[in-house]
Design a protein around this ligand. Structure first.
Ligand code: ARG
Length: 376
């Protein structure tokens, strides 16, 4: 029997704009999946130092400004391709960015650098309704990252999407605190508590991955790459249709919210046990259940140059029932099954080495969703 809900769904599918997504969980139809081809290790500067741990600095000192070693690229590229195949098998249209050589160097009037990669579209792009916003970014190595996505952006524009680029920062020396202490985690804890990060308030900057979407309500964190002015730009740009809330976590090294705080479906949010949220009452008062992620299983010797093991939380939701979880994170599989999800396991640890997992390496272009409120 066709229920009224079914008929509403079918009807809405027909009329969906090409770019259309308001949250992290409605039925996914089209997605961009990043790629590691052409990736370059970023040059070791204050921002990289502030976001990595001393035990990994040798990697940036050795390879900074040069292509990622082939033995890291190949297995990651294979896992990304397999992930695309799984998505297509689940009925999702997959698009990929252009291949660009990120190791060619560039010079603006304010700085000189080499690039990074087009592996993490979540970091640079966010879709809010029918609008796709290119984030300004904060790392010099990411200044020109948008170039890998321009073919896709033009295509979406021609098909009716609203395409916005946030003001590009100069990324001159004033945007960074070169004295930002980086030696110990304790230093960083203290500074994060004081609201001091490696980026200053000289000009707006943000990475799109510091935003998570729950319909009318968007949640953003001040991080090493997103400053208050960046959040102000977003709030002013979006206007009255959306509410932009700032969240703060107990995190010495905030960068990208999607391994820290992950809305799973209306009324359910996944939190990181190591990074409690100071404003969790916003969710509790709205009647949301708060669940805490179980421990990751990644061995300590796995090469992770740019992130923590909490990538196990960086899942991709295909609809309120199906979720893609890393193949070897078995405690997480059990956890999601207990929450009523069907788990689709995909091997992804070689991609972890590039700093992200399923949510980071994607940008959902179209979900079967409309603007709603979820109790906030
Ligand atoms: N900074 C996070 C962590 O280490 C990783 C977040 C990665 N997210 C992303 N969109 N690149 O836990």
């Amino acid at each position: 029997m066709l229920t009224s809900e079914h008929s509403k769904r079918l009807a809405s599918t027909k009329t969906l704009p090409i770019v259309n997504s308001y949250n992290e969980w409605d039925t996914l139809q089209e997605i961009i999946v990043g790629r590691v081809e052409g990736a370059c290790v970023p040059q070791f500067d204050a921002t990289i130092k502030a976001n990595t741990y001393p035990k990994n600095w040798w990697f940036f000192q050795k390879y900074g400004g040069r292509p990622y070693p082939q033995e890291l690229l190949e297995p990651a590229s294979k896992q990304l391709n397999e992930f695309c195949r799984v998505l297509e098998g689940e009925g999702v249209t997959v698009r990929r960015p252009d291949i660009i050589d990120f190791s060619s160097s560039y010079k603006t009037p304010d700085f000189e650098a080499t690039g990074l990669y087009a592996a993490m579209p979540r970091d640079i792009l966010t879709v809010i309704g029918n609008e796709i916003i290119e984030a300004p970014m904060a790392w010099r190595a990411r200044f020109f990252e948008y170039r890998a996505y321009r073919s896709l952006m033009k295509e979406y524009l021609k098909q009716g999407a609203k395409w916005t680029t946030a003001p590009k920062p100069l990324m001159s020396d004033e945007l960074y605190d070169f004295d930002y202490p980086i030696e110990t985690v304790e230093d960083r804890h203290e500074l994060a508590e004081l609201g001091r990060f490696v980026t200053t308030e000289f000009e707006p900057c943000f990475d799109a991955a510091d935003i998570t979407r729950c319909g009318r309500d968007l949640f953003v964190q001040r991080s090493q790459v997103t400053n208050k002015l960046g959040i102000t730009w977003l709030r002013n740009h979006l206007g009255d249709r959306f509410r932009v809330h700032t969240l703060k976590f107990q995190d010495p090294n905030p960068m990208h919210i999607d391994a820290t705080f992950v809305p799973l479906r209306p009324g359910l949010v996944l939190t990181n046990p190591d990074r409690p949220c100071y404003q969790i009452d916003i969710f509790k008062k709205a009647g949301w259940d708060v669940v805490t992620a179980v421990q990751p299983t990644l061995p300590d010797n796995w090469p992770l140059y740019m992130s923590s093991k909490w990538l196990c939380m960086n899942i991709l939701i295909l609809d309120p029932k199906r979720v893609i979880v890393e193949k070897d994170e078995e405690p997480m599989h059990k956890f999601f099954k207990n929450l009523g999800f069907e788990v689709i396991p995909v091997a992804f640890r070689h991609v972890y080495t590039f700093g992200g997992s399923f949510h980071c390496v994607t940008c959902d272009i179209r979900r079967d969703s409309q603007l709603e409120e979820y109790g906030f």
